[in-house]
Design a binder for this molecule. Structure first.
Ligand code: SF4
Ligand code: SF4
Length: 385
């Protein structure tokens, strides 16, 4: 197999193979739960070299090790190499040769047919409560998850923005699933059509609550996108700083913040959510062991919840345990996928702790996780203003 895209990184791959320093391995969330070096950056780079030099055959295991990188960027922080880009190109070569992950392909096909990864009609993005102002210079960009399955958060964002344009069924997907799953050529082609719709909206800024859409528009679209991508947290932070929003918790509560990889490590938005949370009266803010630039992925990066849910849930359980160790009662975040995944991690831990051998065990009982996982904005509206 000709790894055309991966070969562009040959110097980096050889540098890694020669040094074998291993700074990437410590705390790689996938390595932590699998203990397999081939699932770390150092291992993947060695396998990539083996394929390029002809000593390693491409098989299902190679496909698995390519798709078990969360693209979370944790290892890049400890390494001079652009590992996530190497692995994206590695996946792109596998896709070009016809090797694809069946579960990720379900999402990719859905984007082709329905314009979103969830097999929902474009009309499912129409939300009657959102009053679009066609003249507004701010585009409220929901993203597929908030627009289709978590509309309550999107409505809250809209309420605080006040004046916005919303495209509803005409809103395009950011196509990140194509990018992350290795459909690089297709992504580059579709990116132009997506940018055209957003540029034609004639707005100055695109405000979204989804960190993945935000990162995709900032990093991958770059200059072809005219409106400036902004994550809603930046707006919320400004409102709090200006004294327009004030909150107080009725009860003393310990909260922590989970940095979504696309918001923190990739987007540099680390202080803003913490300042928003710390502005709330009557709360204790606690940090998890891995936070800010060192934050750990929730487990769902690059579609892992679809392709390898057992690995994703093990990682989310570890992250949940970190919040537990910090003494948190609530994990706050602002990413629909992190919320879902950490919530599942908490549910799994709670279910594992249920005592099925107890004679009085209630088989109708649902798992009752100790820590709540909440969207920051959803949490703020529950507080006293
Ligand atoms: S990926 Fe980077 S940190 Fe890891 S072994 Fe290679 S050079 Fe070292
Ligand atoms: S990007 Fe994340 S999951 Fe992938 S190798 Fe690096 S630390 Fe591990």
């Amino acid at each position: 197999m000709d790894l055309e895209e991966t070969k562009k990184h040959l110097e980096e791959i050889y540098t890694c193979n020669r040094t074998r320093c291993g700074f990437c391995i410590q705390k790689c969330p996938v390595y932590e739960v699998t203990s397999l070096e081939t699932y770390s950056s150092r291992g993947r780079n060695l396998v990539a070299r083996g394929i390029i030099e002809g000593s390693v055959e491409v098989d299902e295991e190679v496909l698995k090790l390519a798709n078990t990188c969360l693209l979370c960027g944790y290892c890049e922080k400890n390494c001079a190499l652009d590992n996530t880009q190497i692995f994206r190109d590695f996946k792109a070569d596998l896709v070009e040769s016809g090797m694809t992950d069946q579960y990720l392909e379900g999402g990719v096909d859905s984007v082709e047919k329905y314009g979103n990864p969830f097999k929902k009609s474009p009309e499912s993005r129409e939300i009657p409560e959102l009053k679009s102002n066609p003249k507004s210079k701010t585009l409220l960009y929901g993203g597929c998850v908030y627009s289709i399955s978590q509309q309550e958060t999107l409505k809250l964002i809209a309420e605080l923005l006040g004046d916005y344009k919303y495209l509803g069924k005409d809103e395009p997907c950011c196509m990140n699933i194509l990018w992350d799953s290795g459909h690089k050529k297709d992504f580059k082609k579709k990116m132009k059509a997506v940018a055209k719709v957003l540029n034609d909206a004639n707005v100055d800024e695109l405000v979204t609550g989804c960190p993945t859409c935000f990162r995709t528009y900032v990093e991958e679209f770059g200059e072809i996108l005219k409106p400036k991508p902004i994550h809603f947290i930046t707006k919320l932070h400004q409102m709090v700083k200006d004294g327009k929003l004030k909150f107080e918790s009725k009860e003393k509560v310990k909260v922590t913040w989970h940095d979504p990889c696309h918001l923190g490590r990739f987007g540099g938005i680390i202080d803003e959510p913490r300042e928003i949370i710390k502005s709330v009266k009557n709360i204790d803010f606690v940090e998890m062991e891995n936070s800010g630039l060192d934050s750990h992925c929730c487990g769902a990066g690059s579609g892992m919840l679809m392709s390898y849910p057992e690995i994703a849930i093990e990682i989310s359980k570890k992250r949940y345990r970190e919040a537990e160790a910090a003494g948190a009662e609530i994990i706050l975040t602002f990413c629909p996928t992190c919320e879902l995944t950490l919530g599942r991690g908490g549910d799994t831990i709670a279910r594992d702790e249920m005592d099925f051998d107890d004679d009085d065990f209630d088989f109708d009982a649902k798992p009752d996780p100790k820590i709540k996982v909440m969207n920051l904005l959803q949490w703020l509206v529950t507080l006293k203003k």
